[in-house]
Design a protein around this ligand. Structure first.
Ligand SMILES: NC(=O)C1=CN([C@@H]2O[C@H](COP(=O)(O)OP(=O)(O)OC[C@H]3O[C@@H](n4cnc5c(N)ncnc54)[C@H](OP(=O)(O)O)[C@@H]3O)[C@@H](O)[C@H]2O)[C@@H](O)CC1
Ligand SMILES: [K+]
Length: 496
């Protein structure tokens, strides 16, 4: 998994690379700027496009100056450079790159106050004003400049990070950032890119390698990492010769009410397709006809049989989808907690715990909670920012000894030690009811097959999104049933 670093660690990686690879800082800047231009070429292939590069006086601005030169060398004919001279000091790498441009007689426009910015006519704006060196919210001329650039509504491509956007830490509601269509980011994405508040600053990002020492980065002590397909290859086991249904575990899913039987069926269907040897569903008796008709492979357990003697054969137990929150459902949840086995809890099971927080204390270690934002705040209190929400999730995972799957466009899987794995698979086509029920079924399936709670959650989240991404190649929207129909094929692609 790729470690995600904070900016202090990123600066150490920069210093380590310069020292150990015997590369000059200005050459690292050149490498970063070349990597930027390579990605920029994909976005803006038309060489006659007019481009304005706004450069601050730090290394982000230094990148901007190097980018101007490299773009010109690459055949771009309409590049203009604006020197944003709001700070007194400039970095050495900036000075060197400025000199290189001056030597080429490159036309440069000085912007000494925000009012100096000419009426920009260029089609594309490259934002190299401030990067990861940001140390406070924008104010004064920087704020004025950013607001006037935002008002232009041009295509903006930011170098490393949009001006004013902090790479990590709580994002303040009142924060003003330069709004970028795309951020071409160096070596690793910033942690704040994964929070929903980032839409105020960027529509999307792409990461380019710039030659920083990967071994150093991977050895940094960071609580955040990214999960990628190759991480699962080797972890997901192939079906073994001479294996039988007993080899792949027995999952129990406790879900559904008369009006919400679909949630239970979707969950069990997903559990089946992700390879559990046996799947049993505990639903109200009124759902039996639906179960037998829709899912003949899935077995049934009466709600009255949710007792130790009848449940000790299950290798994983999930509860919540469509379960309701009425008295009867609370009794079911309390009964499950008394079994003293790890549980996978979603939806109404989480809502009931939010209503009765004392139940959280009864959770067995190794349980998995899969809240979306509202469910999370109902459980653990309101949060002003996603950064703070994730910090709470890390504390609670540690305190409760459970895995928390905090669901959003990018899902955060927090393990028992408080480490965060970010999943990036998935797409807007999957924004349909039933998706959460499917995810619960997938986690239950992998837990039943013997993966640890954290492994089960990571495999399930990645697979869920990846199957959706594959379907999105030919579909606009993806139903929960479509997704379930795909997971086994996607899973095959993850096995060595
Ligand atoms: N290893 C890597 O990742 C590599 C990174 N590289 C590049 O370096 C960039 C980081 O460069 P950087 O450290 O020089 O900082 P940068 O963002 O240019 O700004 C610093 C200036 O801004 C000022 N300033 C700060 N906040 C402010 C505010 N709120 N309002 C007003 N002013 C503010 C601050 O002034 P000060 O407060 O210190 O007086 C200082 O003058 C990074 O994003 C990437 O593009 C690559 O070249 C190669 C490898
Ligand atoms: K920038």
């Amino acid at each position: 998994m790729k470690n995600l670093l904070n900016q202090k660690q990123m600066r150490s990686a920069d210093a380590f690379t310069i020292k150990n690879k015997e590369i000059l800082s200005v050459d690292l800047m050149e490498s970063a700027s070349r990597a930027f231009v390579k990605a920029f070429l994909q976005e803006v292939p038309e060489k006659a496009t007019s481009i304005a590069i706004l450069c601050g006086k730090g290394n982000n601005g230094g990148d901007g100056l190097a980018i101007a030169r490299i773009l010109k060398d690459s055949g771009y004919s309409g590049v203009s450079v604006y020197l944003v001279n709001f700070s007194a000091k400039e970095t050495e790498e900036y000075t060197i790159n400025l000199k290189r441009l001056e030597d080429l007689w490159f036309p440069l426009t000085a912007v000494n106050t925000a009012a100096d910015l000419p009426d920009l006519k260029e089609k594309v704006i490259i934002d190299a004003i401030l990067g990861s060196g940001l140390n406070a919210v924008l104010e004064g001329p920087y704020l004025q400049l950013v607001e006037s650039v935002n008002a232009l509504n041009r295509q903006v491509i930011a170098v490393d990070v949009p001006t004013g956007f902090p790479a990590e830490g709580p994002l303040k509601k009142e924060g003003v950032y330069l709004k970028a269509d795309l951020v071409i980011c160096f070596q690793r994405p910033k942690i704040n890119f994964f929070f929903p508040e980032s839409v105020q600053a960027l529509k999307r990002f792409t990461v380019v390698p710039i030659g920083l020492d990967e071994e150093f980065i991977q050895n940094c002590d960071s609580p955040y990492r990214l999960i990628e397909g190759p991480d699962l290859t080797g972890l997901v086991k192939p079906r073994a010769p001479f294996s039988h249904k007993g080899t792949y575990g027995h999952a129990l899913i406790v879900a559904g009410q008369q009006q919400t039987m679909g949630a239970a069926l979707l969950s069990a269907h997903a559990c089946l397709h992700a390879g559990a040897g046996l799947t049993t569903l505990s639903i109200p008796e009124s759902g039996l006809t639906a179960l037998n008709t829709r899912l003949p492979e899935v077995m049934y357990l009466d709600r009255a049989d949710l007792i130790p003697e009848k449940t000790n054969k299950f290798s994983a137990i999930a509860a919540g989808p469509g379960l309701g929150t009425a008295e009867g459902s609370i009794a079911i949840l309390q009964g499950l907690l008394k079994l003293k086995v790890p549980l996978i809890l979603d939806a109404d099971a989480l809502n009931m715990m939010g209503d009765k927080p004392e139940l959280l204390k009864q959770l067995s270690s190794g349980s998995v909670l899969t809240p979306h934002m509202k469910e999370f705040d109902h459980l653990f209190g309101d949060h002003d920012s996603w950064w703070e929400r994730l910090e709470t999730a890390r504390e609670k995972a540690l305190e409760l000894g459970c895995v928390i799957v905090l669901k959003n466009q990018y899902t955060f899987i927090i393990d028992l030690t408080g480490k965060v794995t970010v999943n990036t698979t998935g797409n807007a086509g999957m924004a349909q009811g039933g998706m959460g029920d499917v995810l619960t079924g997938l986690i239950a399936s992998f837990a039943a097959q013997g993966y640890t709670a954290n492994e089960a959650a990571c495999i399930a989240c990645y697979l869920h999104g990846k199957a959706g991404d594959e379907l999105a190649e030919t579909q606009v929207s993806i139903s929960a049933s479509d997704l379930t129909g795909r997971v086994s094929k996607t899973l095959k692609g993850l096995i060595k």
